[in-house]
Design a protein around this ligand. Structure first.
Ligand code: SF4
Ligand code: SF4
Length: 341
């Protein structure tokens, strides 16, 4: 995050808003990836499983997403799923509109269908394609979005590859290097990101890394950065992975992002994972990156993270004042209309 972005984000917080918005744009996905948090039973808590929600299509989806954006006024919007490309027609309209508002958009997809060619011209749009390891493992986990399909569907694009590291990938020496060699060589790839599988509290699925595996992963990736410049892993993010927040309260990403699911009403808490995630094993790249922002010291003395609570309290007060003045405005206006003006 650039310093200018931090200043703008702080302005949003002081006005009682969250600078980032994340939207599960649809409940649908043709894939059934093992370990997918969006379809875990507890993801939406009492709202029920994602596939059981009512979601929107067509004009209604476009209008309701724009309403959500206008009410939150975010600087950054993440569009996730389900599979966003299921709604590519609606996104063809939405993405340019968000771009016109100066909002940075990140769209995360499995590239199960072609990414529309026109999206390469949309300013401030980042398309991130999720790849689950090398071809044999990926194809087994992500069918029908196989390597073959993805390679055909990203032709002409400039995308970021995102891989969630799992314990299976650390079972064989040289796995990460092979992965980076394959994707770095492709002209469509701008960057490669790694996050780490994040379990729910009390769960220990096979994707989970042991503490030793986590350190092995980070040490290996730190070394591979020199050979694969497309691997985008600043030291600050590595440090964030080594010291994840211990709770959502400590997580700047959680505190600065509003997450909505496909009915565009239900909020996902405490972060995009929903349920009860184990922050101490968090592998979210955004959380790790924002931890570094939080460690930044204002005037070299006060860490920004220590100002976040104060700024949010100020923001809440601003919201109360705004709501109060709006209700007074309505209160005054109504009788004027009544007397015939
Ligand atoms: S493509 Fe994404 S949303 Fe769909 S099942 Fe896989 S991880 Fe979940
Ligand atoms: S992003 Fe990670 S640290 Fe933040 S609330 Fe979610 S699980 Fe916890």
């Amino acid at each position: 995050m650039e310093k200018f972005d931090v200043v703008r984000a702080w302005g949003r917080i002081l006005s009682g808003r969250r600078p980032s918005l994340s939207i599960e744009i649809t409940r649908e996905c043709p894939l059934r990836c093992p370990g997918c948090y969006a379809y875990e039973e507890g993801h939406l808590g009492e709202a029920g499983p994602l596939r059981s929600l009512a979601d929107y299509k067509g004009e209604a989806l476009i209008e309701n997403v724009m309403n959500l954006v206008h009410s939150h006024r975010p600087l950054h919007v993440s569009i996730v799923g389900g599979e966003p490309l299921v709604r590519f027609r609606e996104l063809d309209v939405l993405l340019p509109r968000l771009s016109e508002l100066g909002i940075k958009v990140q769209l995360v997809t499995s590239a199960v269908r072609p990414i529309p060619a026109g999206w390469t011209n949309i300013k401030n749009l980042t398309v991130v394609v999720s790849i689950d390891g090398l071809q044999p493992e990926h194809d087994a986990r992500r069918k029908p979005a196989t390597y073959e399909k993805i390679l055909a569907n990203i032709v002409g694009q400039k995308i970021i590859v995102h891989c969630t590291a799992t314990s299976q990938m650390l079972a064989r020496n040289g796995y990460l290097e092979e992965f980076l060699a394959f994707w770095s060589a492709r002209p469509e790839i701008r960057k490669v990101w790694f996050s780490i599988f994040t379990p729910q509290k009390g769960d220990q699925p096979e994707e989970c890394l042991s503490p030793k595996q986590r350190e092995t992963l980070l040490a290996e990736l730190a070394t591979l950065r020199a050979r694969f410049p497309k691997l985008d892993l600043p030291q600050s993010v590595l440090d964030g992975y080594r010291n994840p927040p211990q709770s959502p309260d400590e997580c700047i990403f959680s505190r600065t992002t509003a997450n909505y699911t496909a009915d565009l009403k239900t909020k996902i808490t405490p972060c995009q994972f929903g349920g009860n995630p184990d922050c101490s094993q968090c592998g979210c790249i955004a959380s790790a990156g924002l931890k570094a922002v939080g460690e930044y010291r204002l005037a070299g003395v006060i860490p920004l993270r220590s100002l976040l609570g104060l700024s949010q309290t100020i923001g809440e007060t601003v919201v109360k004042i705004r709501e109060k003045s709006q209700s007074q405005f309505v209160h005054i206006k109504t009788p004027i209309k009544d007397v015939g003006e």
